[in-house]
Design a protein. Sequence first.
Length: 156
Amino acid sequence: MPNPEPSPTTEEHMDYDFTSQIGYLLRRAYQRHTEIFQKNAYDPQLTSTQFVTLCALHDNGPSSQTELTRATSIDQGTIRGLITRLEKRHLVELKTAMDDKRKVIVHITDKGEALYQSMLPSALQISELTASGLNQAERVALFFLLKKMTGRNELN
């Protein structure tokens, strides 16, 4: 059995700069993206997580909350409230599953589909603005590394 790495010395701990750590930098990048989204969204009331949910419903069709959680990577507790807010705006509707009356299926409404279609040009612009400080090679590297970090190693 190999020896474990020695624990850092107290002096090495003193060199720790949280602003240079990956979690901090990812959070700051996400905050910047969220700010860009809110400033440039076709519908300023729509959040990025609500838009992702509409995208998943558009792409995958009617879905259970569990399926939406899997498709969007939004946790179960958050998706529940998000669906409620989308339902209040008449962007989605809830229906009971035909095969299991205990299961609720989320459907995108015509109004939700129209908003999704209207958001697409904004969404593309938001992605462009988020990556605007990067050259083409840096963008390719960033997307490759983010997919790798999230376990999505496919190259598409």
